[in-house]
Design a protein around this ligand. Sequence first.
Ligand code: MG
Length: 259
Amino acid sequence: MRVARFAGEDDPRYGVVGEEDGVPTIAVLKGDPLYAGFELTGQKVPLDDVRLLAPVIPRSKVVGVGRNYAKHAVELGNDVPEHPLVFLKPNTSVIGPGDPIVYPEQTQDLHYEGELAVVIGRICKDVSVEDAPKVIFGYTVGNDVTARDLQRSDDQWARAKGFDTFCPLGPWIETNLDPADLRVTTELDGDLRQDGRTGDMVFSVADIIAYVSEFMTLLPGDVILTGTPEGVGPMQAGERVSVSVEGIGTLTNQVVPHD
Ligand code: MG
């Protein structure tokens, strides 16, 4: 099932993406399915008529995992970590499909990082690897936008990865997906820049959830970015970046200059 969040007249609305008579359609839900379940209103709207929003605004945090693909660790001159290398992005960095990524004036080296994103479905702590699938609501596509020069100059990555607009998510959440071996690609203005498979992750989705939940409680709507394959590189203002994950869809955003 594909769960979308879209702009309503006043507040964001939620719905299930499907098809009716060959037309992509959203069956509108009564509330946020993370908290209110999947009760349908009976209303349906054509997908093309709505503006999709980030499918989730993390209630407390976006957890990132660094250097989780060996070839990506090597391309930046780093070792593959022995444990998941965890960082946080603020929920204020989240934007949706089609929203602009603002190129900050503090950086001269803004990078894309296409990633599989996990959406947590229930409050949990000390989750075992075996039980990890039970706490997952679904999966979406993420772009872990990074100011690479600031990542190198700062000991902590809060600034390099935490600017507003640095966490595009979307286009929707796929609730029925096996994350074991999915193709992850990133295109910049239509040129293929990253082409990896989640099967090459050093730590699996379940490994990451078990590791992170050992030290912090995960809440419904929290998001985990699972790391990026090799091929990261710079984006310039005006360029369009599209991240695709097999079985989910494509997330596209345009980079715009700061004011
Ligand atoms: Mg990343």
